[in-house]
Design a protein around this ligand. Structure first.
Ligand SMILES: C[S@@+](CC[C@H](N)C(=O)[O-])C[C@H]1O[C@@H](n2cnc3c(N)ncnc32)[C@H](O)[C@@H]1O
Length: 302
């Protein structure tokens, strides 16, 4: 038998075309969303497995990214279109109005105590809002803080600060106060030790690969006895979803409590956005921490 002059062609792994050939349609945005949704359960399960493994090993699940790269990615995210819709997202998810309930004075206009405990901001004189974003917390501080209190909004993204200032202008005018807007990294804040008696930090600590340096820096700018109101994404199903959208990590409550205690910021009270959030364990981890006077970590030289 004669051998062919060239090797026999490999069979192609493609089913024969049926009917006239048509160019395949490029996947549209809807296809991409469907594909992401299909992959979601597998991804969530993988993340959960990793978190369980880390917890069993007694470690905080740390996002593996250098500090600098992480900062650049986060800044770009919030400077861009995601940051532009942040205020809308907080309004739709009801986070912004519910935080307002949490920051309301503990008694109503007639002096009657409200049912659930609140974070009373009227007792502070110098308030710093770290990771201020679109001003979701700042807007409430403008209304609830003592009239002579100094308010400072701090954020990594200058663009977010500009958006926030624009959004806050009518409220600031109504309450006749002008907050300061300062751009920078929460790991190196341009404030003196003990410059504030209150720090609020909403949904920002999850943007750091490791919480310890961020907590130490907030402890540094707080006076002994000062309070930190910390709001963080939890390691549950809704938290995992948020961490995907906002490219951040999540926290296990026990792990976060240990990190706060190590920074000299032990938890003194746990809060919830509403009784429904409390029952369903939604709405993240919301805690009030006290800055200890004698915490070695809080007094470390920079
Ligand atoms: C999800 S938004 C939170 C907005 C608001 N605090 C709230 O409670 O809804 C997170 C904000 O933290 C800021 N941020 C992230 N990493 C930061 C860092 N290292 N230093 C300062 N701000 C940071 C982002 O630019 C963004 O505006």
């Amino acid at each position: 038998m004669l051998r062919p002059p060239f090797p026999a062609a490999e069979p192609l792994d493609v089913p024969p075309a049926v009917g006239p050939e048509r160019p395949a349609a490029a996947p549209g945005p809807a296809d991409r969303v469907v594909r992401q949704l299909r992959r979601l359960p597998r991804r969530l399960a993988a993340r959960r497995r990793l978190a369980i493994r880390d917890r069993r090993a007694g470690q905080a699940p740390v996002v593996e990214r250098s500090e600098e790269k992480n900062r650049d990615l986060t800044r770009r995210l919030y400077d861009g279109p995601a940051g532009a819709v942040l205020a809308l997202a907080s309004a739709v998810s009801l986070h912004e109005p519910l935080i307002g309930q949490l920051l309301k004075a503990p008694t109503d206009g007639r002096g009657i105590a409200r049912r659930s405990p609140r974070f009373d901001v009227s007792r502070f004189r110098d308030v710093l809002d770290v990771g201020s974003g679109a001003g979701q917390i700042l807007g409430h501080l403008l209304r609830e803080a003592s009239p002579d209190a100094r308010l400072v909004a701090f954020d990594l993204s200058k663009q977010m600060l500009r958006r926030s200032r624009r959004r806050m202008e009518p409220r600031a005018a109504r309450h006749r106060r002008e907050p300061g807007y300062v751009a920078g990294d929460m790991l190196r804040m341009p404030f003196a030790d003990g410059a504030f008696d209150c720090v609020t930090a909403g949904w920002v600590l999850e943007h750091l690969p490791d919480p310890a340096p961020g907590l130490a820096e907030m402890a540094r700018v707080l006076r002994p006895g000062g309070r930190l109101l910390l709001l963080c994404t939890a390691d549950n199903v809704t938290g995992q979803w948020n961490s995907r959208t906002w490219k951040c990590r999540t926290y296990n409550p026990r792990e976060l409590a240990a990190a706060c205690a190590a920074a000299g910021l032990p938890w003194v009270r746990r809060h919830h956005l509403s009784p429904v959030h409390k029952a369903l364990k939604f709405g993240g981890i919301i805690v009030e921490c006290e800055r200890l006077g004698d915490a070695a970590s809080a007094d470390k030289p920079r």
